[in-house]
Design a protein around this ligand. Sequence first.
Ligand code: B12
Length: 217
Amino acid sequence: MTITSSISAQPLDEFLEALLAIDRFAARQILSTYGQRAGTVNLFEQMIVPALEQIGAQWEQGALSLAQVYMSGHICEEIVDAILPPAQIQRISHPPIAIAVLEDYHLLGKRMVYASLRASGYEIRDFGQVTVEALVAQVIQERIAVLLISVLMLPSALRIKELRQQLERAGHRPKIIVGGAPFRFDEILWQEIGADAMGKTAIDAVTHVGRLLKELP
Ligand code: B12
């Protein structure tokens, strides 16, 4: 799957406007029209992600309220739920893979990554929203070989280092793939917290999982 850059600024502006007006119907209509042209994956990466990023940036500048950010995120979640690609019936056989959101309430990114992996044929455990301690316990118990972690808050990203240390102390070294806003803002952060890879998009997650599974002993 490749991501094309065919969508012009106009539909993105219209989508943004619909979100800020809390107009679910218009938002869904705009996405559905352009999704038919650009494909679901491109829709995520070219419309939903940039729209929410712009909303986040405007909120940071004090131009929007948290309620607008919240409602925009909520409408996007509803739309994503409705248009996620269906899982493939033919599953790939592989060591256990899991995904989690670490100490964070931003769930949309994880949902997209999870759906992209399932749609690519991977069987993946969804641990949901977890603390470091709960994640360490689950990863060890289920002998997870590849762990994907989504975070949008910098403090949560920094806690991944602690997670890695606790797992190592328990004698377990899964491949860790991280993603989310802090890693897009700081391109070397993933190395500093001891991850094995970082992805900027849901499709990056599929590529990294395929590569890291091949590197497993
Ligand atoms: C919507 C939103 C919210 C919603 C979340 C709704 C929900 N259920 O998810 C609400 C209103 C609840 C919210 C709350 C808060 N938010 Co907020 N929020 C956002 C916003 C605008 C968009 C996030 C989003 O959903 N993006 C769309 C998704 C699809 O993108 P994504 O998660 O990045 O995922 C993509 C990629 O990153 C990648 N990816 C994601 N995970 C992974 C994992 C792997 C393994 C891989 C390979 C790839 C990958 O694939 C995805 C698809 O491309 C961002 C702005 C931004 N720039 O991100 C701020 C932002 C994340 N929020 C921020 C803040 C500060 C907060 C609050 C603290 C605000 C407050 N004062 O209360 C709270 C705290 C919540 C908490 N404790 O977790 C800051 C974080 C700053 C920081 N550096 O830590 C941001 C960056 C805004 C800003 N510019 O300041 N927020």
